[in-house]
Ligand binder design. Structure first.
Ligand SMILES: NC(=O)c1ccc[n+]([C@@H]2O[C@H](COP(=O)([O-])OP(=O)(O)OC[C@H]3O[C@@H](n4cnc5c(N)ncnc54)[C@H](OP(=O)(O)O)[C@@H]3O)[C@@H](O)[C@H]2O)c1
Length: 261
């Protein structure tokens, strides 16, 4: 473990740092001089990443589908100054809802929703007391659209994240808090997501570094809903202009082709 005693910054905690967007968040925040806490199940990967980074890194292996593990993680960080917390860990699964294992979906709800909810609340309390800090919840452009047939549970989990985050952000604004809570809503990003979700995107993905860099820049500007790339912003606006019923039918047709290809 390397230490950087000159930095006055508190820790940046990144969940899901073993891969994709999370690993790129770690690289960017290390460059900004934050000491890091790297969280995911694959400890070896986290350790390898930590070796590459020129900052102090604490590696904490945890399965965030288990709420006891989430609580253990927070307890393990008690007494540490936390400036940034990024709830990035998450996964999706593509298929007809009736054919997807219940356990897969329940784990998805635990990681994508319950862990994000729990961490946001636990961390926010301390940040509000100090009136400083950043919490970024990684949702998806899926969370800004009416529904996503054949990825129904994933879309629903991300809708929870965007709705919850934006609601809390408004509560903070109304009490003139300097604490930031925001959500990142990317479209396709080239990561291990597709492999895990058993899906192929119709649109070409952006790189995970482009996604994470855009998100960190916008987070420090305190933008509450972050949608990287103009193309995706336009797609989200178009999705809102089309009547929801029609949008869902079109989305179902496109998505179905992927599972019965
Ligand atoms: N890629 C996209 O197109 C895209 C688009 C919009 C939003 N997103 C969101 O971006 C976030 C990051 O995904 P990614 O694209 O970077 O995919 P990824 O490469 O598959 O990374 C997912 C990360 O989440 C961690 N994770 C998954 N389940 C976990 C669990 N039970 N406990 C702890 N950590 C867990 C994984 O670590 P371990 O496997 O080591 O535990 C991994 O580090 C997710 O929330 C995803 O929904 C992705």
């Amino acid at each position: 473990m390397k230490t950087n005693n000159t930095t006055p910054k508190g820790y940046a905690v990144i969940t899901g740092a073993s891969s994709g967007i999370g690993a790129e968040f770690a690289k960017r925040l290390a460059k900004e001089g934050y000491p890091l806490v790297l969280v995911a199940r694959r400890e070896e990967r986290l350790k390898k990443l930590a070796e590459l980074l020129e900052t102090e890194c604490i590696v904490m292996a945890a399965d965030l589908s288990d709420m006891k593990e989430c609580e253990r993680l927070v307890k393990g960080l008690l007494g540490k100054e936390i400036d940034v917390w990024i709830n990035n860990a998450g996964f999706g699964y593509c298929g007809e809802t009736l054919n997807i294992e219940n356990q897969t979906e329940l784990d998805m709800i635990d990681v994508n929703v319950k862990a994000v909810h729990l961490f946001t609340k636990l961390v926010l309390k301390g940040m509000v007391e100090k009136n400083k800090g950043y919490i970024l919840n990684v949702a998806s452009s899926a969370g800004l659209l009416p529904a996503g047939p054949y990825m129904s549970t994933y879309y629903a989990t991300k809708a929870y994240v965007t709705s919850f985050t934006r609601g809390v952000a408004e509560e903070l604004r109304r009490k003139h808090s300097d604490v930031y809570v925001g959500c990142l809503c990317p479209g396709p990003v080239d990561t291990e997501f597709n492999k895990v979700a058993n899906v192929e995107f119709a649109l070409k993905g952006i790189s995970s570094s482009a996604c994470a860099n855009c998100a960190v820049t916008q987070m420090f500007k305190k933008k509450i809903t972050i949608v990287p790339t103009f193309k995706m912003k336009a797609a989200v606006v178009a999705g809102r202009l089309i009547p929801a019923k029609l949008y869902i039918r079109i989305a179902a047709k496109q998505q179905r082709k992927k599972i019965y290809r």
